[in-house]
Design a protein around this ligand. Structure first.
Ligand code: ATP
Length: 327
């Protein structure tokens, strides 16, 4: 296959996500498979600015498939938000003789990639690596499935103690401004309700749902709160519910950063592997300024600006199911 691209740089940026290592491995091995050189850029955009860039080989990515986090390290780079910072980054990009950049990260990282590639007009391709699943142009982002499994596993354990003491638990999960982790872990964990940023649930409707559960002799209750939800934190909501339902013994658990860690699930490893290879094959075939994703099990390239700006809706069918099952 003919290609103009001989040297590819790859970085991981923003919040880490399980499966980022699998994506880097796929990028590295696909480059080498297609006779291209590949360079690891350490600590996200900071590595480009500070010239922390090293050539990788097939063995550089041995034994990382099953590891959470990212061996390339990640960072939130304030300097890259400035024109001066991006100029430095481009200087190092040219100095290393790189022809294209692969960015593994979330919407912030892609916003940076979009600006950078338009300023200096070079091929950039994004791979969606974020536990939040908040990117259009792909059904799933890398890390989302693992994060949901981690949250659901924690909810299962919380339920054991909730039922032993007939308690009401408010469990806060991650997801930034999106409710994808909340919805999935709520259905998977059998929660009585979930409060997500995308829906205007009121405190009254939550209290009504909980009253109904109590009337139906529900022995334990778990309510999932998405971190970005409009009613406040799990602690705020628990406090307000306590004023209304004094017969409940209420507890709060904020799952926090545990949701970012751990060995990626098979779904995340396969997704990361497919997207990593597709990113390189896309670059070879002239794709640029786009994000590679998977929709209905097919590889899709979406303009990066569209992937960032398009709102990804929650699946209403999942709400309907959750409502039926929480009686
Ligand atoms: P996650 O949502 O999983 O945390 P993310 O990629 O959205 O991942 P951010 O912290 O939002 O994480 O962004 C990562 C980095 O992308 C920032 O630290 C910054 O270096 C770069 N970036 C974000 N927005 C911009 C922007 N407007 N201009 C230039 N760079 C940006």
């Amino acid at each position: 296959m003919e290609t103009q691209i001989r040297k590819v740089g790859v970085l991981t940026s923003g919040g880490d996500a399980p499966g980022m290592n699998a994506a880097v491995r796929a990028v590295v091995r696909a480059c080498i498979f297609y006779d291209m050189e590949v360079y690891g850029i350490y600590k996200g955009y900071d590595g480009l600015i500070n010239d922390h860039i090293e050539q990788l080989n097939v063995r550089s990515v041995s034994n990382i498939l099953s590891r959470g986090g990212t061996f390339l390290l990640s960072a939130r780079s304030d300097e890259f938000r400035t024109e001066e910072g991006r100029k430095k980054a481009y200087k190092n990009f040219r100095k290393k003789g790189l022809d294209a950049l692969v960015v593994i990260g979330g919407d912030g990282s892609f916003t940076g990639a979009d600006i950078f590639s338009r300023e200096f007009d070079m091929p950039v391709i994004g791979i969606p690596g974020t536990i939040d699943n908040d990117l259009a142009g792909t059904d799933l982002t890398i890390g989302f499935d693992t994060a949901c499994n981690t949250a659901r596993e924690a909810i299962d354990k919380i339920r054991d103690t909730a039922s032993s003491h007939e308690r009401l638990f408010f469990v806060e999960v991650m997801g930034r401004d999106a409710g994808f982790i909340a919805v999935n872990s709520a259905i998977g964990g059998g929660a009585v309700a979930m409060i997500v940023p995308e829906h205007n649930w009121t405190l009254e409707s939550l209290v009504k749902r909980l009253r109904k559960g109590a009337a139906n002799q529900k022995a334990s209750n778990v309510v999932i709160i998405a971190e970005g939800c409009h009613l406040g934190s799990a602690y705020d909501i628990a406090e307000q519910v306590k004023q209304e339902l004094d017969y409940y013994d209420i507890r709060v658990s904020v799952l926090g950063h545990m949701q970012r860690g751990g060995s990626p699930t098979t779904i995340d490893r396969v997704l990361a592997s497919r997207l990593g290879v597709a990113a390189i094959e896309g670059l070879i075939n002239g794709e640029s300024k786009c994000m590679v994703g998977m929709i209905n099990n097919k590889i899709v390239y979406t303009p990066i600006g569209e992937a960032i700006k398009t709102e990804k809706p929650l699946d209403e069918e999942e709400f309907r199911i959750a409502k039926i099952l929480s009686i």
